[in-house]
Design a protein around this ligand. Structure first.
Ligand SMILES: Cc1cc2nc3c(=O)[nH]c(=O)nc-3n(C[C@H](O)[C@H](O)[C@H](O)COP(=O)(O)OP(=O)(O)OC[C@H]3O[C@@H](n4cnc5c(N)ncnc54)[C@H](O)[C@@H]3O)c2cc1C
Length: 487
């Protein structure tokens, strides 16, 4: 069976040496650094669930490509049923982790690469599809974790790519030879990449003739020569660095969402790992197929899982405070549930209304309209859920003291007494649940949810492209029996 045990995953990370920097220093060991460790733990969990009989159905599937059972996060959907399972897996992993499942961007990029390489070969006579399939076989057989990178620093948005003074603000091919290509540039905000084995890269800035050097997609090991990770560093990172006890934190094991900039300083990519090179007309297809898949994931699946964490904490606090009968709080919880279910419904609808795209490729993608709507809805719904949780949780969400006070002989009794809400719940539990809500409502998740998979305008632009309004106009014409326009 092509499934790695979680311990094997951890061992496999010891064999790679990504060049990682955080808070002004080199991270010598991503397994030991407290912040990078959270990504290791999150990815590791996805290996243990795949082997756990309770979660095997959701986390694994049969892959005809290697005639074996594989981790779902290495699989390309080949039916509506696969897409539905994909959506369910997104919610499951997100609610279990309470943070990103860092393998989802790579998983979604696989969907885009499989269909678009197939289409390029059919239209242009290239040989990208078998190359990509060989790569995917290796990923599945070795059960590798793969991160995905699309977003780039970019130059002035008002200018075309070729007019930027610094041509490397988008990742660019700088050399091609018989063995492969050399790329220079960067990808930014990349989730959890340094604790993955591989990184798949999609183009972002190639749209027009002349931009062929920006039309590039490939896969690379994360420790290839020339790759550097510059990690995010937030107050939450500092808190984790400094905490005496990780139990103090809102999500002790899996942490906040960790991203980094990935710099490609003249990185060599052998041809067998290049899946798109110069065919600029297909760059947009790679991006939109990825976006369509990833927006279902980000909008209609993982945020549903996140909301479950927020709703659970809000309900516990309601009970600690003896507010079970407070009508407005029950109403707020019901609103949270309705927003969550709207998100879930959109994600599942995108999966159920998915289709083979491109036709004949064998690759199934979520419905484009519903995929985009999933993400668009959740951008606002998530802020609303955070606001409602903030009301239920009260000021303590942002004013709570350190858990260390519970061990401080000078104030311990005060904290025990005055933060107990008169309930028989251990005060430590009450503080921890508030800390979890602090992690959600006063942390990085609002902006992260808004921008991950693209900000609202990106979805609105897609909607405007997809919806022609002909059906709607025709309905009105029929209803009113409108006269034909005179010729
Ligand atoms: C937590 C997190 C995890 C992420 N993980 C990944 C990952 O794993 N892989 C990956 O590839 N990306 C990842 N991203 C990146 C994410 O997809 C981008 O943040 C998102 O697409 C927005 O891009 P940006 O951050 O450059 O914002 P911007 O594009 O700068 O957006 C800021 C504002 O500018 C507007 N704007 C931008 N361009 C234009 C324009 N041309 N004309 C008019 N208005 C414009 C936007 O609509 C928005 O209002 C992640 C982001 C976050 C926050």
């Amino acid at each position: 069976m092509a499934l790695m045990a979680p311990e094997q995953f951890e061992e496999s990370l010891k064999e790679i040496e990504p060049r990682v920097f955080m808070n002004g220093k080199r991270v010598e060991n991503i397994l030991e650094n407290r912040n990078t460790r959270t990504v290791v733990e999150a990815n590791k969990a996805s290996y243990s669930w795949a082997l756990d009989p309770r979660y095997r159905d959701i986390m694994t599937c049969y892959s005809p490509l290697i005639d074996d059972v594989v981790n779902r996060y290495t699989y390309v959907s080949a039916s509506i049923e696969d897409l539905v399972r994909k959506a369910e897996a997104g919610t499951f992993t997100a609610e279990m982790l309470g943070t990103c499942i860092y393998r989802c961007v790579g998983y979604d990029a696989f969907h885009s690469l499989a269909g678009t390489t197939w289409e390029m070969d059919k239209d242009l006579g290239t040989e990208y599809y078998p190359r990509f399939m060989e790569y995917l076989k290796m990923v599945q057989t070795e059960d590798l974790s793969v991160a995905g990178a699309l977003t780039e620093p970019r130059g002035a948005r008002s200018k075309k790519t070729l007019d930027w003074e610094d041509p490397y603000l988008s990742l660019k091919i700088v050399d091609k030879n018989k063995d492969g290509i050399v790329v220079r540039g960067a990808k930014i905000n990349i989730s959890g990449a340094y604790a993955s084995h591989e990184l798949v890269v999609l183009p972002q800035a190639a749209h027009f003739k002349g931009e062929e050097d920006y039309a590039v997609a490939f896969a690379t090991p994360v420790d290839a020569e020339g790759i550097t990770f510059v990690c995010q560093y937030s107050p939450y990172s500092a808190e984790r660095d400094l905490a005496e006890d990780l139990e103090e934190l809102g999500n002790p094991v899996y942490g906040q969402r960790e991203t980094s900039m990935v710099v490609f300083d003249n990185v060599f990519i052998p041809w067998k790992r290049v899946f798109h090179c110069g065919e600029y007309a297909y760059s947009v297809k790679l991006v939109t197929r990825f976006a369509r898949t990833h927006r279902m994931t980000c909008g209609g699946t993982c945020k549903v899982g996140f909301m479950n964490q927020i709703i659970g904490a809000s309900r516990l606090i309601q009970e600690y405070k003896g507010l079970e009968k407070a009508a407005h709080i029950n109403d707020q919880l019901a609103e949270m549930v309705a927003l969550r279910e709207t998100g879930r419904a959109c994600g599942l609808a995108a999966a159920h209304k998915g289709a083979e795209d491109p036709p004949g490729s064998g690759v199934f993608l979520p419905d484009e309209l519903m995929g985009n709507v999933s993400k668009l809805n959740i951008c606002n719904a998530f802020w609303r859920v955070m606001a409602l949780a903030g009301d239920v949780g009260g000021g303590l969400i942002v004013t709570l003291p350190s858990l260390k006070e519970l061990k401080n002989p000078e104030v311990k009794d005060y904290v025990e007494e005055f933060y107990s809400f008169g309930s028989d719940e251990p005060t430590e539990n009450i503080l921890k649940v508030h800390k979890l809500l602090q992690n959600w409502t006063a942390g990085q998740h609002g902006v992260g949810t808004w921008h991950g998979a693209g900000p609202v305008m990106a979805q609105k632009i897609m909607l405007q492209r997809i919806v022609g309004y002909e059906h709607e106009k025709e309905l009105v014409r029929r209803t009113l029996n409108l006269k034909e326009k005179s010729p």
